[in-house]
Design a protein around this ligand. Structure first.
Ligand SMILES: *[C@@H]1O[C@H](CO)[C@@H](O)[C@H](O)[C@H]1NC(C)=O
Ligand SMILES: *[C@@H]1O[C@H](CO)[C@@H](O)[C@H](O)[C@H]1NC(C)=O
Length: 191
């Protein structure tokens, strides 16, 4: 009952936010989106080169995580399909996240069926051909994450600094930021 109510509130909030254009989540935190976001240029393969989160799950796992490859493709409902391939227990696993449009270009909602939770994922900054800085925020639960997407597995040092600054501006302390090591496993072309 409670979760249904908060989900409904979340959806209502998304609608209002979409209308406002600027996503204002609570008094203290605003999420901006890349201006003039061009979704078509955001498609294709990205590598998750950096992550920051203070969730205990992430802090436990971050030492053993490695870079994963994500293919962004348009989905039928006007959102995005994010298909990630990663190594888990010595096997390559593929998982697709279906992001729904919010009405604001560059901003998407994601509902996890497994956890029955909704998050807002925004492309805060990107130049499309090299990097993207993403912000993930729980709408009906307390979760925040920052992600560095890189078109290559070897992001430039300047890009890493940019990501660190992006994370720090969002309140993430240094110990919650991780640059994921590159791996050859599960990185084969597959589309
Ligand atoms: C998006 O992903 C879902 C779930 O894997 C799949 O059923 C659907 O066909 C995909 N959509 C497109 C346009 O590829
Ligand atoms: C870190 O976690 C605490 C407790 O869960 C939360 O209140 C805080 O907002 C989080 N900080 C960030 C930057 O996500």
């Amino acid at each position: 009952m409670t979760s249904f109510r908060s989900l409904w509130m979340g959806l209502l909030l998304l609608e209002v936010l979409g209308l406002l254009g600027v996503l204002q989540l609570g008094a203290q935190a605003q999420v901006f989106v890349q201006s003039d976001f061009q979704e078509d240029k955001f498609m294709g393969r990205w590598f998750s080169a950096g992550l920051a989160s203070n969730s205990s799950w992430f802090l436990e796992k971050k030492a053993v995580m490695s870079m994963c490859s994500t293919v962004v493709a348009p989905s039928a409902d006007g959102g995005l399909n994010l298909t990630s391939t990663f190594l888990r227990k010595d096997q390559c696993e593929t998982r697709t996240m279906q992001l729904q449009p919010t009405g604001t270009p560059g901003s998407y909602s994601y509902h996890s069926l497994r956890w029955d939770r909704t998050s807002l994922i925004s492309v805060v900054e990107t130049n499309y051909n090299e990097y993207a800085l993403l912000d993930t925020k729980g709408i009906d639960h307390d979760f925040r994450m920052a992600t560095l997407y890189s078109r290559t597995q070897t992001p430039r040092a300047e890009l890493k600094e940019k990501f660190s600054a992006f994370c720090e501006a969002r309140g993430f302390t240094e110990d919650t930021i991780v640059f994921l090591p590159k791996t050859d496993k599960c990185m084969k072309e597959q589309e």
